[in-house]
Design a protein around this ligand. Structure first.
Ligand code: URP
Ligand code: ZN
Ligand code: ZN
Length: 478
């Protein structure tokens, strides 16, 4: 497949310029002016921006969780992501406590074969013994995993206590992998959930009340201090509030390598949703950490603007109304999770670029390039350069969409951004040179996505040189 994109403006994390592009055999072959030649397709991108496809570094397709399974499959979820301008996800392998890591990894790899765009996996460390120590090594050395996730919440299920965090962080350091954390103090959540129920609070409002910001702040600070002691970098997922942000900013200012992610939902939605009179609407917003009082939104935006948070994600984890109803009589049984993969980029553009909070280049950084850099995919992903994968979004800054569950492609019956009109949406999404979202028409192909290896980070510079050969396409090295 040969594709020529003409007359557009290339926008990357570091510059903006007019150029044509030729994509061939899945990669960007040539960037330059007045490119001509025979092609299977020519797209006129006049007035549009040619940007690296979005990378959502935090999704949960078909996740078995809280007694049910997330409704979005790897196919439907990545297809919906493509409709929203994404060309890659990093999802999570989450072994049950006691489950062999490699077996869990193989299971998730099997499920993900349906994906329509490229994908990779963080692997969660939900328990600890010598086999976990050994299997982390195998995952890094043989399976292209360079990040391990630790849920500090979900006591009695997948929670990693300190005696798991410490050896796992140390193992990450040895392997050149990065630990990531869901920062909420699971003991405190468990205690506060019981307190709510003792007070007779069983409705969705009990969810935010049992997970207040200090619960997240304590865990973020603890994880960051553990990482400091072990001298390993750390990535904090879905930072939702000032209390979690403060230790990140402090540690970064002290020179610690700490990265933070925020979700489109936490930037836009506040905790009033949990007090909606309609139980189903309130329950549809139950996710962890919960949506926060309004003041936190501007604080998160400022952290993105200042670079204290580097990435945006969705934590796309869909449950339909009948699944949410499992918690009808008890908020702590409502499956935790909300959708957003189709809307993240448009929300970030409309609330970020259109308001002047972000430049277009910063938009590319926080929706694609920074995730590619932090998780060692760059510049194969997250960049528009010759030799990179032809994962591209052609963005129409003038077109509008009113977000609705009635029209979205996500396999879930609710949209947390319902009714919101965004200006600035994808016109074409190109995955490895194939147009899979074509001016409003979704042409995603089940199984077309490929697993992407992510080599470890290494302080041994000879090994780094070798990993660059593995990671970067030939032209990109120049
Ligand atoms: O509520 C959420 N976020 N569900 C998915 C699992 C997680 O905590 O990331
Ligand atoms: Zn989480
Ligand atoms: Zn998550």
């Amino acid at each position: 497949m040969k594709l020529i994109i003409k007359n557009g403006t290339v926008v990357t994390a570091d510059r903006t310029y007019k150029s044509d592009l030729i994509c061939c055999d899945g990669i960007i072959k040539k960037i330059g002016e007045n490119l001509e030649g025979k092609a299977d397709r020519v797209i006129d991108a006049e007035g549009k921006f040619i940007m690296p496809g979005g990378i959502d570094p935090h999704t949960h397709m078909e996740l078995p969780f809280m007694g049910t399974v997330a409704s979005e499959t790897f196919y439907t979820g990545t297809a919906a992501g493509a409709a929203g301008g994404n060309t890659m996800i990093i999802d999570f392998v989450i072994p049950n406590p006691g489950e062999n890591l490699l077996e869990a990894y193989k299971k998730w790899r099997g499920w993900a074969e349906k994906a329509a765009t490229d994908y990779s996996f963080h692997v969660a460390i939900t328990w600890w013994d010598e086999s976990v120590h050994a299997d982390m090594g195998t995952l890094v050395k043989e399976h292209g995993v360079n990040s391990f996730k630790h849920f500090m919440a979900y006591k009695g299920a997948i929670m990693a206590p300190d005696d798991t965090l410490v050896p796992s962080f140390k193992r990450c350091l040895e392997l050149g992998a990065i630990p990531t954390v869901h920062a909420e103090n699971g003991e405190l959540v468990y205690f506060l959930q019981k307190e709510m129920k003792n007070k007779g609070i069983y409705g969705p409002e009990g969810h935010p009340q049992s997970r207040p910001p200090m619960v997240e702040g304590e865990a973020a600070n603890r994880a960051i201090r553990l990482a400091q002691a072990i001298e390993v970098p750390i990535y904090v997922v879905h930072v939702s509030c000032q209390e979690a942000l403060e230790p990140i900013i402090r540690a970064r200012s002290e020179g610690q390598r700490v990265y933070g992610e925020c979700l489109a939902g936490h930037l836009e939605i506040d905790d009033s949703v949990y007090y909606n009179k309609d139980w189903a609407v309130a329950a549809a917003h139950v996710m962890s950490p919960p949506f926060r009082p309004k003041k936190h939104q501007e604080i998160l935006w400022k952290a993105l603007q200042s670079g204290n948070l580097q990435t945006t994600a969705t934590d796309h984890c869909c449950f339909c109304a009948d699944q949410k109803a499992m918690g009808k009589d008890d908020f702590s049984k409502i499956p935790n999770g909300t959708a957003g993969i189709e809307d993240r980029m448009a929300i970030l553009w409309d609330s970020g670029v259109n308001t002047g909070r972000l430049t277009m280049n910063e938009f590319v950084a926080v929706t694609s390039a920074n995730a590619a850099k932090i998780f060692n995919l760059y510049p194969r992903k997250g960049a528009i350069i010759e030799g990179a994968d032809a994962d591209i979004v052609i963005w129409d800054p003038e077109a509008e969409r009113t977000i609705s569950a009635k029209t979205h492609h996500q396999n879930v019956d609710f949209n947390i951004f319902e009714g919101r009109t965004v200006r600035g949406i994808p016109k074409y999404t190109i995955s490895r040179g194939n147009v899979i979202f074509d001016d409003g028409e979704l042409k995603a192909v089940e199984g077309a996505g490929r697993y992407i290896n992510r080599p470890p980070f290494n302080r041994d510079y000879e090994a780094v040189k070798k990993s660059l050969v593995f990671n970067a396409p030939k032209k990109a090295e120049r």
